[in-house]
Design a protein around this ligand. Structure first.
Ligand code: UD1
Length: 419
């Protein structure tokens, strides 16, 4: 069984180049299906989820060439609308293919998507938006069968913002005849990235960056080359690592514009963050301070960094309260932190953390992607050795967390243990 071994209490100094964004690149890969031609994506992160999405695109008949951080997708050969159950189950983002497949082929067959176990993850908003655009959708057990004799523009009101459902609706609307207006859309930065990508391909989209998007569908699309921005969640994870371990690190290419709430929280905890043309410099002397915050949709504090902030709070001076408002069961890593000596009480959707420093190394298990990264952050501030299993979750979204953190002075490595 593969593990990450971390020997804690080493200060971090130097710089880390932040990889391209997972949550931006996956919808771009899905959206490439809308076009019959070639899409070239630059700054693509070398992560398992990209590999998985590439596998699905290849299964559907696309040709993908992935060299270093450039991914070339040729979609001429798209020849089936059926996503195999095993592939769909492997990643949440497989649901994002429904809109583009309906748009390009008029049909899509998939299964309820997989992804991290962080609570109930329904897809009703995705399906109702696609139905509004004229798709007929049958759901039998886990199987989803969708068809449309030409999608038609429509007005869609989201009862609350969903990142994935907004992305699916935008992609389907680009292929639909006529005007679509999306109200109550999510304003997460990754949606802006998707819209800019589609516009560069020839789509007509107004209102980018706002919760009302207007799309004039049915425009001819053309080949495009597009660079994926830096990953704000990876940058936030490494900023959390600096708060936990102490030090002075430049996060090169971190997307500071989209990290306001995260940097604000880290400054409140005693970190010093400085915005530079080349990225974000994060400094921390001594022990972090406590914080009270709630996760929210963008521009609030992202749910994807809740587990990291709980890990930092676990060693802070004072009592923190962190409330999760987006996903109901996202505290798996908080329970593991208790094994490292953290004083954490979980009350429904809130954790109360009475900081203690340092933590104590021990054996912990990652149950999801961001929770796994949070346990690495905690291990950096633990005396002795922390052994983390379940590292395959981390590889879904972090190119090489050991490489990155070792490059600034962490003492950690991949290894194996007998099962
Ligand atoms: C995306 C991100 C994920 C992040 C999340 C919230 C990607 C690949 N994933 O996930 O990393 O944690 O945004 O910022 O970009 N909901 C419904 N019905 C639906 C869809 C969602 O009720 O049809 C609910 C969810 O249960 C959740 C909330 O809406 O409570 C937000 O989910 P959503 O924004 O859709 O998250 P994802 O797009 O799955």
């Amino acid at each position: 069984m593969s593990v990450i071994r971390i020997r804690g209490l080493h200060c971090l100094e130097g710089e880390i180049r932040i990889q391209g964004s997972k949550n931006a690149v996956l919808p771009l890969m899905a959206a490439s299906l809308l076009h019959r031609g070639t899409v070239v994506l630059k700054n693509v992160p070398g992560i398992q989820d990209v590999n998985c999405m590439k596998g699905i695109l290849e299964y559907l008949g696309c040709v993908c060439e992935w060299n270093a951080h450039t991914l070339r997708i040729s979609t001429e050969g798209l020849n089936t609308a059926v996503i195999p159950e095993a592939e769909a189950g492997r990643m949440r983002s497989s649901v994002m293919l429904l809109g583009p497949l309906l748009g390009r082929l008029g049909e899509a067959v998939s299964h309820h998507p997989g992804g991290c176990s962080i609570g109930r993850r329904p897809i009703d908003l995705h399906l109702s938006a696609l139905r509004k655009l004229g798709a007929e959708i049958r759901v039998e057990g886990d199987r989803i069968t969708a068809s449309a004799e030409g999608l038609r523009g429509s007005e869609i009101l989201f009862p609350f913002p969903s990142v994935g459902a907004t992305e699916n609706a935008v992609m389907a609307a680009v292929a639909a005849r006529g005007i679509t207006v999306l109200r109550g859309a999510s304003v997460e930065p990754e949606i802006e990235v998707l819209c800019r990508f589609l516009k560069k391909m020839g789509a007509r989209i107004d209102g980018i960056g706002s919760s009302t998007l207007m799309i004039e569908g049915g425009q001819p699309l053309h080949d495009v080359t597009f660079a994926v921005p830096g990953d704000r969640i990876v940058a936030g994870t490494y900023a959390g690592a600096v708060l936990a371990a102490g030090g002075d690190v430049l996060l090169r290419e971190a997307p500071a514009d989209h990290m306001g709430a995260v940097l604000h929280a880290m400054n409140r905890m005693g970190g010093r963050t400085e915005l530079l043309p080349e990225g974000i410099r994060v400094r921390m002397d001594g022990r972090p301070g406590a914080v009270c915050l709630a996760t929210e949709a963008y521009p609030g504090f992202p749910t994807d960094l809740q587990s990291v902030i709980v890990a930092v709070a676990a060693l802070a001076d004072g009592e923190s309260r962190i409330r999760e408002t987006v996903f109901e069961a996202r505290f798996a890593s908080a329970k593991e932190l208790q094994k490292l000596g953290a004083h954490i009480i979980i009350e429904d959707r809130t954790v109360r953390v009475d900081g203690t420093y340092p933590l104590t190394g021990g054996s912990v298990r990652a149950a999801d992607l961001r929770g796994g990264a949070a346990l690495v952050v905690a291990g950096l501030a633990a005396r002795g050795t922390t052994v983390l299993t379940g590292c395959e979750h981390i590889r879904r979204g972090y190119e090489d967390i050991c490489r990155d953190l070792c490059s600034v002075g962490a003492d950690m490595e991949y290894g194996t243990v007998a099962t």
